[in-house]
Write a protein that binds this ligand. Sequence first.
Ligand code: DQA
Length: 147
Amino acid sequence: NRVLVLNGPNLRRLGVREPDVYGSESFEDLTALCRDTGRRLDLQVEVRQTDDEAEMIRWVHEAADERLPVVLNPAAFTHYSYALRDALAQLRAPLVEVHISNPATREEFRHTSVVAGVATGTIAGFGFMSYVLALQAVAEIVAERHR
Ligand code: DQA
């Protein structure tokens, strides 16, 4: 059961970037947490990060073609990338949108997600735990399908 955990722009700078908002742990810490969670849930988790919209869209096409579930933190793409949304609309397995912070409590421009409408669901505001909860949701849905 492969799952892609895709991360958008600036997320490789976790720990350095606005630690008051995103915490003091690094992207490597996040990667380790996702892999450990995957092991616990019997999911083969692949964590990736890019600052490049084109690369992100290629990864989504790959997930669509291979019918892979996706846990996605689109970062700032969340708020404006219709190209990413259109790519995500092609997915045929669950898509969980995640955010470390709770965008609803922040600046006005973060209150809109162009991704939410094509996601299975969204988990936001729980720090790195948002990813753990998202992977749990994926594991439940995958298990449900095999029952
Ligand atoms: C974020 C929230 C976005 O508004 C922001 O652009 C990010 C990170 C989060 O995980 O809280 O880069 O997606």
